[in-house]
Ligand binder design. Sequence first.
Ligand SMILES: *[C@@H]1O[C@H](CO)[C@@H](O)[C@H](O)[C@H]1NC(C)=O
Ligand SMILES: [Cu+2]
Length: 164
Amino acid sequence: MVPLINFFFINSIKRGHQVSQVLLQYTVHTLSLSLKLKMVQQGQGRGSAMLATVLVSLLVVQLEVAQAATYTVGGAGGWTFNVVGWTNGKQFKAGDVLVFKYSPAIHNVVAVNQAGYKACLTPRGAKVYKTGKDQIKLSKGPNFFICNFTGHCEGGMKIAVTAM
Ligand SMILES: *[C@@H]1O[C@H](CO)[C@@H](O)[C@H](O)[C@H]1NC(C)=O
Ligand SMILES: [Cu+2]
């Protein structure tokens, strides 16, 4: 039981879930375990206990699927130069939220297309974010963001994120 819960925690935290969401899942898990225990104690037999396990597991899986994760781009360092490798090894889903934290006096976030990402150019009409704490929801497929202050994108201030 303990290894299972540990696995559960580590997995959720890896996915970038907020602590509150992890705690919610933990509660559901704990409930399922006590439910099983109760059924066995009441002599309702292995069959119903197993059914309860399956049902609660399904509920947990559904919660997992429905939940959007929130990521702070660049981690503790925030949205800055050389953040381009931050996406390595991460999996993103449509609806996940990226939080860009930076000083708006010296940086911004511009949603661009693939060509803009590659060439560090801002396409006409591109959406510019400049609050210093922008929350951007990922859409399914590729998402590209650059800082368009002169030279910053070239300095690795760009990310490409593919959301499943
Ligand atoms: C950044 O993009 C905005 C919006 O297209 C544009 O007005 C601005 O001139 C760009 N800044 C630079 C340094 O290219
Ligand atoms: Cu910048």
